[in-house]
Structures are given as structure tokens and as C-alpha cells.
Write a protein that binds this ligand. Structure first.
Ligand SMILES: [Zn+2]
Ligand SMILES: [Zn+2]
Length: 336
């Protein structure tokens, strides 16, 4: 089958790849229908994230189930499902704790369509193998367009984890988001407002992102990151910029919660640790564990409280994927 590969920054290419086959009774094969670019994809395509080899591309998709092993009980051929980008068994101690990005039964960082860890293939192809179908696949409810939730595999739960549990703990709180061009900030804005945040303030961000954030209901603050704002009980660093990270941390109120989805590719990044210590800040950084939050997010979409399609900046047809991805500027959704 043909599979789209990242070749080098700015260049993607369809290449022949072996058709995946079921390798166990608990597995499924899926045919991707709608694929989204992740914020990290944009950095890879622009040469702003480290990678030195070609790889099968695409790790966010909604797909149709085409075949299942004998032991699979939760899905059947024809079902439309969201496929989390991380491979997880659902049964080991870490998966049971909800830490599905660090499943003990697979290689470290076993994922689809990324050049780090073990790559289980990209979603821009006719088939993908799902090793733990019952644990991984999440049926998409009737009435929800596949293209609307193509990013449910990764970026949408990545946004949800910055505000969802935090607002459950502190209902009605205002939220501060340090932004850049990453669309996770926009998903976080929408989800926070859907979950009853008192207000979402966005600091920093590209001009495109600031416009979008305002349309989604955010209040825009400074374009540059000041030393400190607020304080806020809930802060989010989606900037990938040390100044945005420091601003989010300094703007967190005593015993507040700050979550960073930013990827800092340098060995060390300065953080205002003394201020964090004296105030008490609960800071979390790390890869998202995508799978556990997916059903809850789909309920928000089904109930029309959260409209992820409003974050989609560009769309393209399947056959145009190579050029569309090479030139994309923000969240791109490719559909058959
Ligand atoms: Zn991603
Ligand atoms: Zn596991």
C-alpha cells in the first residue's frame, strides 16, 4: 500500500509499504478516514524539531475498523473510531493508573507516525494495525463528524489535561494560557470555557492564534510575555518559549496548578524555582496520556458544548496530503 512519509523538512512523499496484518487475537486493522496534523508535526515539517531520518507520517486520526481478531469485543468492522497515538495495553499497572503513554507492555514511546520511540506506522495510508483494540479504540458517536475530532488522538486530550481535572477541582476558576502558534492553546480555551472556567486569558501567541482565541471566547492580554500576571489558580504553558513558561509559573497563585504542554528541546530551561517554592506551585510537565480522557471529551463534542472543528485552520483532500502538509501553517485536517 502507499504510505505518506516525512523525507526531510518541507518534503513528504508517498512510498510503498507492506500492508499491515493482524498479529494476534486482540488486534484490529483500521482504515484512516480523517487525519489531522499535530502541533509537533508542524515543527517537524519546518525543521524546528530534531529528526534525521524519513518516517511514516501522521499520528492523529479517525478511522473505520476493517478487521478484528477473535478476542476483540468492543468494536467490529464498519465502526468509526478514534485511534489514540500512543500504543497501550490497558491492563498493566501504568495503564490502570491512566498513564497509557508509558504502557509497560510496549517499547518506550511506542506511537504512530512519529520519529521518536517505536513508530507503528503513519495514518496517511490505507491501513494501520492496532495491537490492543479493546483498550485503545474509542467509538465516535453518531452525529459527530470524523473530521471534527481527527485531533482527538493527541492534541485535544493534550489540551483537556491542562484544564479539565483542574477545573473539576476548582470550579469556575479563571485560566491563564501562555501561547505561541500551537493549537493546543485553542483547544484548551474552548474546553475550559465549556467546563465553566470563569474566564480564559491568553498571553503571547501568533497574530493568527490570538484572533482565533478571541473568537473562541478568550480575553487577549499582552502580545509579549510580561514577568507576571494575575495571579491565577490555573495556568497553562502552551508556548514552548522560556519566557512564556516563566510567565505562566510566576502568574500561578499560591498553591495553584500550572501545566506545561510545551516541548523544550534544549537540555535545560530556566524556571523561577525560588518563587515556585515560596508560593507553592503544582507544576506538571510531560507527554499527554491521551487514551483515558477521550470518551469524556467525545461527550462534550456530542453534546455540542465543545466544537473542535472551530480550531481547524486548513483542510485538504487525501491525494493532496503531501503538498498540503509541507505547506501547512496551522491545524490541517485531511479527509478521504
Ligand atoms: Zn502529536
Ligand atoms: Zn499497559
Amino acid at each position: 500500500m502507499q504510505q505518506l512519509n516525512f523525507v526531510e523538512p518541507g518534503t513528504l512523499e508517498w512510498r510503498e509499504a507492506p500492508e499491515p496484518r493482524l498479529q494476534g487475537a486482540g488486534e484490529a486493522l483500521v482504515r484512516p478516514l480523517s487525519v489531522a496534523t499535530c502541533d509537533l508535526d508542524k515543527l517537524l515539517v519546518r525543521g524546528l524539531a530534531p529528526t534525521d531520518e524519513p518516517f511514516p507520517f501522521g499520528h492523529e486520526c479517525v478511522a473505520e475498523v476493517t478487521d478484528v481478531g477473535d478476542a476483540v469485543t468492543s468494536v467490529e468492522p464498519g465502526d468509526v473510531v478514534s485511534v489514540p497515538f500512543q500504543i497501550s495495553c490497558g491492563e498493566c499497572d501504568r495503564c490502570r493508573r491512566g498513564h497509557t503513554g508509558n504502557c509497560e507492555r510496549v517499547e518506550r514511546m511506542a506511537m504512530y507516525g512519529l520519529p521518536m520511540g517505536t513508530n507503528y506506522g503513519g495514518f496517511l495510508g490505507d491501513a494501520a494495525r492496532v495491537p490492543f483494540a479493546d483498550a485503545m479504540l474509542v467509538p465516535v458517536p453518531d452525529g459527530v463528524e470524523p473530521s471534527a475530532v481527527a485531533s482527538l488522538s493527541d492534541n485535544i486530550p493534550d489540551a483537556w489535561r491542562t484544564v479539565g481535572p483542574q477545573l473539576a477541582e476548582r470550579p469556575g476558576s479563571p485560566v491563564l494560557i501562555s501561547a505561541s502558534g500551537a493549537t493546543i492553546a485553542l483547544y484548551a480555551t474552548s474546553i475550559a470555557l465549556a467546563l465553566g472556567a470563569g474566564r480564559v486569558d491568553v498571553v503571547g501567541g501568533s497574530s493568527w492564534l490570538r484572533r482565533q482565541a478571541e473568537e473562541l471566547g478568550a480575553t487577549l492580554l499582552d502580545e509579549q510575555f510580561p514577568k507576571r500576571l494575575g495571579p491565577y489558580p490555573i495556568t497553562v504553558d502552551a508556548s514552548g518559549d522560556p519566557a512564556g513558561l516563566a510567565c505562566a509559573l510566576r502568574s500561578t497563585e499560591p498553591d495553584g496548578i500550572c501545566t506545561s504542554i510545551g516541548i523544550y528541546f534544549t537540555e535545560t530551561t530556566p524556571v523561577p524555582l525560588l518563587e515556585m517554592y515560596t508560593k507553592g506551585v503544582r507544576f506538571h510537565t510531560g507527554r499527554v496520556h491521551a487514551r483515558p480522557a477521550m470518551p469524556e471529551i467525545l461527550e462534550l463534542v456530542r453534546d455540542k458544548r465543545f466544537h473542535p472543528q472551530r480550531v481547524t485552520a486548513e483542510t485538504a483532500a487525501w491525494d493532496d496530503a503531501a503538498d498540503a502538509i509541507a505547506g501547512h501553517r496551522a491545524k490541517l485536517v485531511i479527509s478521504r
